[in-house]
Design a protein around this ligand. Structure first.
Ligand SMILES: Nc1ncnc2c1ncn2[C@@H]1O[C@H](COP(=O)(O)OP(=O)(O)OP(=O)(O)O)[C@@H](O)[C@H]1O
Ligand SMILES: [Mg+2]
Length: 748
């Protein structure tokens, strides 16, 4: 019995607010007819967008889209027929499962819609209404803790939409602050435009894009970072958009591209997007916050959200008509988008309450429905009315038509058309430029390493060959290969920043994983060589380790290998953890373990055999580094004995008898092993990134199923669903991830 009920809930998750039984619909229509008439009345003036192509409905203004083109394709479907990328979504629901007794939250529920080539869709709604969530859900970039059900189809087919299929300008700007605007756009162009394009052609594309986005004036200014004041917030936003429109993507998502812009700049940005859609047959979906009436008039379709529910989806020109029919007409001199948001934003209740104090408004309240009803009442009426309206029916019909269109040749959508070598060289140059300009990335570390080397040199100055010097040389070697490499952890914040940039660019398909990893290695190499060479030369000559260039070179290379291995380890950690603090803690812990098993704090033969000796001491760099350092320094030297008169102690004797190390292999093999580990760690980094990409949909499916099962047991969750649970006749819910990972072995 319990199980049966649970099953019902799972099935209903996908249709929280979507479909209703026909019987229910009939009843609702009746009710709303009664409701609507006494609220409405005022005639709506269609002040904007009147003559634009692709108007949704017949001129009689009855909203009867379903019948207006009986037998023919709807206008949106006709756009879809022309080719390009058509996106449809059905019954899209995103749920944030409550943990630790917290209630489950529906972020968006039962959304239907479409985006077709040549048209711009605006997603509007108050803050927190689910605009970004909808964009993330459509582009396969939703946070892992959110459950998603529903259906998203690209040209009638299921497919993954991340990693290059959708270009997405996120709400947050992720840019390299040390580069200038022009450099940023140029690097991005070189990374993605075909390698066959000449330098002049690339420059032209870059200049055109800078002009289009109004970035010419600030083209040669730095973007700015923590210590460098750069371009303004609005310019950063325009730059982020410029980077994505550079390659004219088929499917472009933008999250609030006009925030932080004045109305003229906002108009020019949206106008550019519209040109892109109309001239290039591109499909554009953009969330937008409180657009001016001029900007609003540029949108073709409107998706109005409130608390995750759809208040209206359809032709933007028909939205005022829908509001009028529901009893909330837009006053003739009010910006329609302001009016829509005024109707659905609960915060306006406080504003209305304050305004009601004035006598004039008290009189007006009798006529203005917005002052007569609370926002939650208005919102509820609009949502209910829309759900059963012909506008909603028209959307479903259009979705059906679009997904049935045959013969639309799906372009092989690729984020980058540049060759792998071009990507590698461009990324290496970009990364090197950034590292060399950011004082905090490597320069500061070089300074600290040099200071540390001077400290070490003065403490162990001219260590000599006395009996006590054996211990001193061992500790000095232990410090260099242990603590000096440990200091690489200082670069962690920069790694996290890099990973943020990588994740965003990778999801937009700018370049491949291997190109990124190799470029990161190559660009950091000169700095790491400088770090190790500078500190090694100071320490080596001050302490007076064994003289000879080859011994010095070994010492420096050993340090370089250790620092590079730690860097690679930190990169792996930064790919695994979600934030800087966790990475720092985890990284410090792992390096601590590495130092413990290096053979300095406990001699290698004395380490517990199981686990610590085999395999840990073999797979950490420390033991190889220390063995090599001892051999390099001690072999061939003779030390004073403990008691005068005893024979001198040879380096070989110290290594074998006092440190318990074998001399079966040379120090060069020890050094090579560090470089083998370096390669292995980079390979692991590559595999981690690849696995994260490949496994994401599977993890999402498993997580969704597991969480739904867990939530089924909760009475509160069942209640939440029961309140909005509708017929499951039309829509079989299923985890979204099943369609994201098309190769998923899990049953649909
Ligand atoms: N991964 C997540 N974990 C927890 N809460 C989330 C998550 N994603 C979204 N939310 C919540 O969902 C709601 C909608 O968020 P969303 O970012 O989609 O709003 P928005 O309409 O884009 O708002 P804004 O205009 O302020 O950007 C918010 O209350 C947010 O806190
Ligand atoms: Mg948002």
């Amino acid at each position: 019995m319990e199980k049966k009920e649970g099953r019902k809930i799972v099935e209903s998750l996908g249709c929280l607010a979507g479909e209703r039984d026909e019987e229910e619909e009939e009843i609702e229509i009746e009710q709303h007819k009664g409701d609507g008439t006494d609220l409405g009345g005022e005639e709506v003036e269609m002040e904007y967008g009147g003559g634009r192509e692709g108007g949704g409905m017949n001129g009689n203004g009855n909203g009867g889209g379903g019948s207006a083109w009986a037998g023919a394709l709807s206008p949106a479907a006709r756009y879809a027929e022309s080719g390009g990328a058509s996106l449809t979504w059905e019954n899209l629901t995103a749920v944030l499962p409550g943990a630790g007794g917290r209630a489950t939250k529906k972020l968006v529920q039962g959304l239907y819609g479409y985006a077709v080539p040549g048209r711009v869709v605006a997603i509007m709604g108050p803050s927190g209404s689910g605009k970004s969530t909808l964009l993330d859900a459509l582009s396969g970039r939703l946070a892992r803790n959110v459950l998603l059900t529903g259906k998203v189809l690209l040209n009638g087919k299921k497919r993954r939409l991340d990693y290059g299929v959708v270009a997405y300008v996120t709400q947050e700007n992720v840019l390299l602050g040390t580069l200038t605007v022009r450099e940023t756009v140029t690097y991005s162009a070189l990374l993605r435009l075909p390698s066959t394009m000449s330098k002049a052609e690339v420059r032209r594309v870059v200049d055109d894009t800078l002009d289009e986005m109004g970035l010419r004036e600030c083209a040669d200014r730095n973007i700015g970072n923590w210590h460098l004041r750069g371009i303004s917030g609005g310019e950063k936003k325009r730059l982020s958009i410029a980077l994505e429109i550079l390659t004219r993507p088929r499917l472009l998502f933008l999250d609030e591209p006009t925030s932080g812009l004045d109305s003229a700049a906002a108009f020019s940005v949206i106008e550019t997007l519209r040109q892109l859609a109309v001239d290039g047959g591109r499909t554009i979906v953009s969330s937008v916050h409180q657009p001016s009436s001029e900007v609003f008039a540029l949108f073709d379709d409107l998706c109005l959200l409130s608390s995750g529910e759809c208040v209206y989806f359809g032709d933007a020109k028909l939205a005022p008509q829908f509001f009028a029919e529901t009893g909330f007409p837009c006053p003739s001199r009010r910006n329609p988008s302001d009016h829509f948001l005024r109707c659905v934003n609960a915060d306006f209740d406080d504003v209305a309450a304050a305004m009601k104090g004035s006598m004039k408004l008290r009189a007006e309240a009798d006529f203005d429905p917005l002052l007569k009803y609370s926002t939650s009442e208005i919102r509820e009426r609009l949502v209910d009315k829309y759900r059963i309206s012909e506008y909603a029916m028209m959307v479903r019909n259009t979705i059906h038509e679009i997904s049935k269109i045959e013969g639309v040749i799906e372009e092989v959508v690729m984020g980058s058309q540049a060759s792998w070598c071009k990507q590698l060289t461009t990324l290496t140059r970009r990364s090197f430029t950034n590292m060399s300009r950011d004082f905090g990335y490597y320069w500061l570390r070089i300074v600290i390493y040099v200071l540390m080397a001077v400290c070490l040199g003065t403490i162990y100055y001219d260590v000599g060959t006395s009996y006590a010097a054996i211990q001193a040389r061992a500790s000095c070697g232990g410090f260099v290969s242990g603590f000096m490499t440990f200091m690489s952890i200082g670069g962690f914040p920069s790694f996290i920043e890099e990973m943020k940039m990588f994740t965003l660019e990778r999801q937009n398909g700018h370049y491949g994983v291997a190109a990124y990893i190799i470029s990161n290695f190559l660009s950091s190499m000169p700095f790491l060589l400088a770090v190790s060479w500078a500190s090694a030369s100071i320490t080596y000559w001050m302490v007076k380790f064994r003289p000879g260039f080859s011994y010095f070179a070994f010492f420096a290379l050993n340090l370089y290998g250790g620092v590079s291995v730690i860097e690679s380890l930190m990169m792996i950690i930064s790919a695994l953890v979600p934030n800087f603090l966790m990475g720092l803690i985890l990284g410090a812990g792992v390096i601590g373990i590495m130092m413990l098993t290096s053979g300095f704090f406990r001699l290698l033969p004395e380490l517990p055999k199981i686990f610590w000796r085999y395999p840990v001491s073999y797979i950490v760099y420390g033991s190889w580094g220390l063995k090599g350092a001892y051999k390099n320094d001690l072999i061939g030297l003779e030390f004073e004995p403990m008691m005068p008169g005893q024979p001198k102690l040879t380096g070989e004797y110290i290594i074998t008898k006092m440190m318990g190390l074998s001399l079966n292999h040379s120090k060069w093999l020890d050094l090579s092993m560090i470089f083998v580990l370096l390669f292995a760690y980079r390979l692991i980094f590559f595999l981690v990134l690849k696995a994260k990409e490949a496994a994401a949909p599977y993890i999402r499916v498993a997580y969704t199923r597991f969480t739904i099962k867990r939530l089924e047991r909760r009475a509160s969750f069942r209640k939440t669903l029961a309140m909005s649970s509708m017929s499951k006749r039309h829509n079989q819910p299923h985890p979204m991830a099943v369609q994201e990972g098309l190769n998923s072995p899990l049953p649909y």
